[in-house]
Structure formats: C-alpha cells, structure tokens
Design a protein around this ligand. Structure first.
Ligand SMILES: Nc1ncnc2c1ncn2[C@@H]1O[C@H](COP(=O)(O)OP(=O)(O)OP(=O)(O)O)[C@@H](O)[C@H]1O
Ligand SMILES: [Mg+2]
Length: 416
C-alpha cells in the first residue's frame, strides 16, 4: 500500500499541510522541534486510529486553533492499493463540555467507528524509544504486541477491547467487595461469577492470539537477529502468561518468571490448547479469589502477561547489555514488518523517526535494507549527512520548518 497524499489541518504544530508522496522513500529533514515526529504521528494515527504519544485528543489539535470559535483538527490521507484508492479521515471536534475533543473517522467520506479505520492503511512506526522496548516495563511490551496485532486482526482488536472493559468492571466490583470487607464465600463467588466467566472468555481469546502471533514472529525475529549478530546469538521470544496455562512445565514456568535460564520452545497452539487454557484460567480465579479480594483488583489474565526475550537461553531483560537489548528490539521491529506483510499479503508503510543516529553502522545498514524491501518508507532526520548521496538522490526530499514543509532544493547534501 502507498500513502499518496497527506493533508493536515490544525494538527499539532501544522496549520495547513498538503503533501503528495511520489517516491518509495521520502526523506524528511528538519531541526529539533519543527514537526518531524508530528508528521509521522499523523500517518500512524490514520493507520491505528490512535496516537503513540498523546493521551487525549486535545493534545493533538493545534493549540492556536483551539481558541477559535469552532475549533477543529483534521488528518486526511489517500491510500493507493493495487486497484483502488481510499480516503481516510479523522476529524477532531470540540466536545460539549469544551474540555476535550472527540474524534470522528471517515472512510471515503462516510462516517465509521474509529476501529473500522484499521486495516485500510498499515504502518510500522519505529521511534528511538522503541530501542528500550526490552528494558522497559511489561505494559510497554503488551502495548507493543496489541498495536501490532490490532492492525492485522480486527477480531483480536474487538476481543481486546471487550476484555479491557471486563477488567475495568470486574476491578470495580472487587474494590467494592474489598471495601465491604468481604471474604471468600459462596455469596461473593456468586456475585463474581458473571465477570469471572467474561474474563475467562475474552481473556483466553486475547491470550491465545498473542501466543500465536509471537510464535509466528519468533522465527523471523530470530533470523534477523542472527544476521545482526553474525550468527553469534540466538534470540528467543516467549509469551509468559500471569499463570501457568499448562503450556510450559511447572519448572520452566517458574524459571521464566524468575528470569532464570530456560530453553523452553514457543509452542504452536491448537484448539484443544485454548480449551485447556480457559480451564486453567477459571481454576486460577477460584483458587486465588481470596487474594484478589484482598487486593481489590484482577491479578490474573492477559493484562498482566509478559513477553520474554532470551538470548542463547538467558533473559535479555535481566542479563543483556544495553547494546544487546537494542539489537533485540531492532530485530523485533524488523520482524514485525515482515510478519505483517506475510499475514496480510501487503507490505506496510515503514515510518522511521530519527532512529539512524541511535544505531551503529551495521544496524543502520540493516534498517536501510528493510527500507528497500517496502513499497513506501517515510524517514525523518535532523541531518542529511546520515544518508549517502545515492540514497538521497533516490528519495523524495522534504524540509520542515515550524510546521511548513517544502521540497528540499539542490542536489544531495554533503555526507558527514
Ligand atoms: N497541539 C499542539 N499545538 C501546537 N504545537 C504543538 C502541539 N503539540 C506539539 N506541538 C509543537 O510541535 C513541536 C514538536 O514537533 P515534533 O515533535 O514533531 O518535532 P521534531 O521535528 O520531531 O523534533 P525533534 O528533532 O526534537 O524530535 C514542538 O514545538 C511542540 O511545541
Ligand atoms: Mg522528533
């Protein structure tokens, strides 16, 4: 797929922007704070209907425009696929309470739920902070896998959103029971049983789908990683649920939890496994009801699961050097690109936000290599000199200053 045009109105530091993309690679240069990340954020927003950075819609609407009588913001993109072109749009308008903005999605002009935007444009975004994915918190890794999966599997996205609602509801009931000083009893079990069943049902879907996704991703990430480390290190990728679903031996499960050396294989799940997992989940909730009542929140399920990275069998998060962790994260990102292409039969757009400066020569080469493999890449940089004259010549070159984009004039800029 190819994003042929992007139009912004009152988005972040852009008043009005109308860009046409006409080359496989667009190279965007600008000094700090000029709008490079904002531009990629807009493209990513169209792909995922969410921002990677903002917590509220209000944040993304241009601050100056927010004071106008009828404030609004807009992202609009034209996506070309083999036979057809699709117009995607997200419109931000002020909510009645005047405190925040709401977003409305449109596909070819017709209003759609924002979830239905997903799938029309697929993008893999790579930010410098993604290099800390492995050292970061478990929630970042869960979010990573959720965003990647949602783009290729709408059913997953629905199950996830239902699951999250169930967790919220169940948590408020648990908190209420905790405040009332309720202990584990048949009446408490009866009050919880509806939410337990919902938790198990949607949770098992989320868990098994993530499991399968990782199983697909692991061999690809492994081979990218082997190449990056000259076959010196073998990367492993394992899904670690918040309770042992029965897929690992108790010993392996414990070792994984304790970050001890383990050579467990990522298993392929069958339908029968899903049933066993659901059963184990249910048992877990029964056995640990007292603990959850005491905590006043849901302690088990995919919202507490973990992604474990291993190198030659040892836990990369606990034992890896910074460089090794960054290499693992890069391999994962590149694998995501391939996995997404395989799952959908179309190559996603690759968005690289100023990541070159964070990488050494060999890793840069791997990333540039990935760029030659996609139909479209949009790459930002503060410094033209990070790219060879040849690379610059083959690319559409844009310059951004204070939210205004212009075609970069003259020949390629000198290489540092
Ligand atoms: N809602 C908003 N309204 C107006 N300006 C905004 C809004 N949100 C962010 N900005 C501005 O956008 C600018 C940052 O843009 P961006 O993050 O895209 O910069 P950048 O070119 O990626 O810089 P760097 O090289 O430092 O990463 C800042 O000046 C910030 O104040
Ligand atoms: Mg930036």
């Amino acid at each position: 797929m190819f994003l042929s045009r992007l139009q912004l109105e009152n988005f972040r530091n852009y008043g009005k922007l109308d860009l046409s993309f006409d080359a496989p690679v667009t190279l965007v240069q600008g000094r700090n704070g000029q709008g490079k990340t904002n531009l990629l954020e807009a493209v990513y927003y169209l792909a995922t209907s969410k921002s990677r950075h903002a917590r509220t819609e209000r944040e993304v609407v241009n601050r100056a425009a927010a004071d106008e009588p009828i404030p609004y913001g807009r992202i609009r993109g034209e996506v070309m696929r083999t036979e057809q072109s699709t117009t995607l749009e997200i419109l931000f308008t002020r909510r009645n309470d005047r405190l925040n903005f709401t977003k409305q999605a449109r596909v070819n002009g017709a209003p759609r739920r924002s979830m239905d935007l997903i799938g029309h444009l697929r993008a893999v975004l790579f930010l410098p902070e993604d290099l800390t994915l492995i050292s970061g918190s478990p929630s970042e890794r869960r979010r990573y896998i959720d965003v990647a999966l949602c783009q290729i599997d709408r059913v997953y996205c629905q199950a996830l959103s239902r699951y999250q609602k169930v967790v919220t509801q169940r948590n408020s009931l648990l908190r209420q029971l905790q405040e009332q000083g309720q202990v584990d009893s048949p009446s408490v079990a009866a009050r919880l049983s509806f939410w337990d069943e919902q938790l198990v049902e949607h949770g098992t879907r989320v868990l098994t789908r993530r499991h399968r996704f990782l199983a697909d991703l692991a061999p690809i990430a492994g081979s990218v990683h082997a190449e990056l480390t000259q076959q010196q290190e073998a990367l492993g990728l394992l899904y670690l649920p918040s309770f042992n679903t029965g897929l690992y031996s108790d010993g392996d499960y414990l070792r994984l939890r304790e970050s001890e050396e383990v050579r467990a294989e990522e298993l392929t799940l069958t339908e029968a496994d899903a049933e066993i997992i659901g059963q184990r989940f249910r048992e877990r909730l029964e056995v640990r009801r007292g603990v959850e009542l005491k905590a006043g929140s849901s302690l088990y399920g995919p919202h507490r699961d973990e992604l474990v990275f291993t190198v030659n069998g040892w836990n990369l998060r606990t034992y890896g050097s910074r460089g090794q962790q960054r290499t693992g994260a890069l391999a994962l990102k590149l694998a995501e690109l391939q996995a997404m292409a395989e799952a959908t039969g179309e190559k996603p757009i690759l968005l690289l936000d100023d990541v070159m400066s964070e990488l050494d020569a060999q890793r840069r080469a791997a990333l540039l290599d990935a760029l030659t493999d996609v139909r479209q890449g949009i790459v930002t940089t503060t410094d033209w000199g990070q790219f060879s004259a040849e690379f610059q010549q083959g690319a559409q070159r844009l310059q951004i200053e204070a939210g205004v984009a212009t075609a970069a004039e003259g020949g390629p800029r000198p290489v540092a």
